[in-house]
Design a protein around this ligand. Structure first.
Ligand code: G4P
Length: 526
């Protein structure tokens, strides 16, 4: 198969959802369709249950599972589908944002009873910023939930998405009879926990067809006709080009746990979802069809075995062909590297691969060479965009509690920061180190991992901070003045970029007013 055929075969996407909406269940059903797993229950949920607000031991256990389920590839209708797992837990939101840089489209799962939840709102906002094509799957139709039209309104308002339903439920909860697929013009009857059989699917081109009454009863048939009549007049017709631009989201209804509505979702996904897309770099756009290889690291995972400090760097291939045992250029480190055991992830199995193509995610064993955002190329200097750090929301001073282990502590902190566990800022006035995270959980994770993997000890001290903003200024003289005047509020991140540490929204506003020529940015990429 030619390289172009390989590229056109691939569809790389992520499933995003608020915890408990059914992401793991849907992933598993998709893998079952692809024959990548043989039985239900094979995909372990890597979610961290809501009750464990600071149960970092649990996270340590979960780490092992989530390496295996970080990427799951399977074949379906001659396509290679790569699913990238995204943690739903809010404390790992940054991990999810970064994973979203490596996908070409997403499926958003929404619980019919709960509607649009906070975590979904945040993640979809990131997708919208990048115009990522989105398909919505409304799950748990076997339960009572919100009215379909109300849900569509909620999706449009809360998620800011323009929608068009491609399937529509016939009843709900106890009265759930099935879905009508506007995409395939089929009526698919629901049987709980049963395998969906061919004989449960009926072609209904014209909704006036009496077969409808026959199958779902008079009341349900009439309600469906009325609903579809309204839908057609209110929502735009599905248009693939508009979807691909991220401007129109098809919506499906179903029940993942009952494997209902999942095949329709998958078939439509295979038809419409984008093949590997171009990626922007600071230098130029990189297209998958280009002959020369390039890729970037979007995630780094520490090894479960504390005796081996190896990590796995997850690389998204953006162009060309990646080959095993071939020298590639590590742009940040300005050196060539080759990889003897690059791995691919087929469902929960890992295997060494000889080559990989755009859209693929491969795992590279790493002994500390990689940092999130790093690029590998065939010599060209490329810096992929869209992998920023976001201003953390929680801050603490970190203190070394074992002076004999200073070196270990610094090394451990550096490596954990490279993995993207948290961000480290070094104050300009006194050199003190501040750790910034999105959630409280990471502080425990860091302390635990420093002890277990690096033999270093630390404790934390509260620090009153509201935001860390990256600062820039066109005029070097003004910048110098700003740095001198505000030294006590400034720090450097691990890349040496200058960051303003604001104690409150008010102090940030004052700083902006007092230094109008200095720009304050909430992400490291501006
Ligand atoms: P997540 O990864 O998004 O966090 O959600 P997950 O798939 O783990 O699903 C959360 C819960 O919702 C699970 O129940 C799962 O069985 C259930 N669920 C998923 N899809 C459906 C559906 O279509 N209908 C109904 N009624 N339930 C669904 P749990 O009790 O938390 O876990 P489990 O013991 O069933 O695994």
């Amino acid at each position: 198969m030619s390289r172009i055929e390989e590229i056109n075969k691939r569809k790389t996407f992520g499933i995003i959802a608020h915890p408990d909406a059914g992401k793991t269940t849907l992933t598993e059903k998709l893998l079952l369709f692809g024959g990548a797993i043989q039985e239900a229950g094979a995909v372990k949920s890597n979610k961290i249950k809501k009750s464990t607000t600071s149960d970092f031991m649990e996270i340590e256990k979960q780490r092992g599972i989530s390496v295996a389920t970080s990427v799951m590839a399977f074949e379906y209708r001659d396509k290679q589908i790569n699913i990238l797992d995204t943690p739903g837990h809010k404390d790992f939101a940054e991990d999810t944002y970064r994973t979203l840089t490596a996908v070409d489209s997403v499926i958003v799962v929404i619980d019919v009873a709960k509607g649009v939840e906070t975590q979904t709102e945040k993640l979809v906002e990131v997708c919208r910023m990048r115009n990522t094509p989105i398909i919505v799957f409304v799950n748990k139709l076997d339960r009572e939930g919100k009215d379909g039209f109300d849900l569509l309104d909620e999706i449009e308002i809360k998620l800011g998405l323009k929608v068009t339903p491609l399937s529509w439920p016939v009843g709900m909860g106890q009265l759930f009879r099935g879905v009508y697929s506007l995409y395939e013009k089929n009526l698919i009857l629901f049987s709980p926990h049963g395998k969906q059989e061919e004989e449960d699917i009926f072609k209904i081109n014209n909704l006036e067809d009496p077969l409808l009454e026959n199958k779902v009863g008079k009341n349900a048939a009439n309600a469906l006709r009325e609903d579809i009549h309204t839908l057609v007049s209110v929502y735009p017709e599905f248009n693939r080009d508009v979807y691909l631009k991220g401007d129109l989201c098809p919506v499906f209804f179903g029940s993942a746990v009952n494997n209902f509505g999942v095949r329709e979702l998958l078939d439509c996904f295979v038809d419409i979802a984008p093949n590997p897309l171009a990626r922007e770099t600071e230098e130029r756009s990189v297209h998958p069809e280009e002959e020369k290889f390039s890729g970037f690291v979007f995630k780094i995972h520490a090894n479960m075995d504390p005796k081996h400090r190896d990590r796995i760097a997850f690389l998204r291939i953006c162009s060309g062909t990646f080959e095993r045992n071939t020298n590639y250029y590590h742009v940040r480190q300005e050196k060539n590297m080759k990889f003897a055991n690059p791995t691919a992830f087929m469902a929960s199995k890992k295997s060494v691969i000889d080559e990989a193509f755009p859209g693929d995610i491969i795992g590279l064993y790493d002994s500390g060479n990689f940092k999130i955002g790093d690029s590998l190329t065939q010599g060209e200097i490329l810096h992929f965009k869209g992998i920023p750090s976001f201003s953390p929301e929680q801050f603490r001073f970190v203190n070394n509690t074992d002076p004999m282990k200073t070196k270990q502590l610094n090394k451990g902190l550096d490596q954990l920061m490279d993995e993207g566990v948290a961000q480290l800022f070094t104050k300009e006035d006194n050199g003190r180190k501040i750790i910034g995270t999105v959630g409280a959980l990471q502080f425990d994770v860091i302390q635990y991992r420093l002890k277990n993997e690096y033999g270093a000890s630390c404790d934390y001290e509260p620090v009153n901070l509201y935001k860390a903003c990256w600062v820039s200024c066109e005029n070097p003289v003004t910048m110098k003045e700003f740095v001198t005047r505000r030294k006590k509020d400034l720090a450097k991140d691990t890349d040496g970029n200058l960051v303003f540490l604001a104690e409150s929204a008010w102090s940030l506003k004052m700083a902006q007013e007092n230094h109008p020529d200095v720009e304050f940015h909430f992400t490291s990429e501006f």
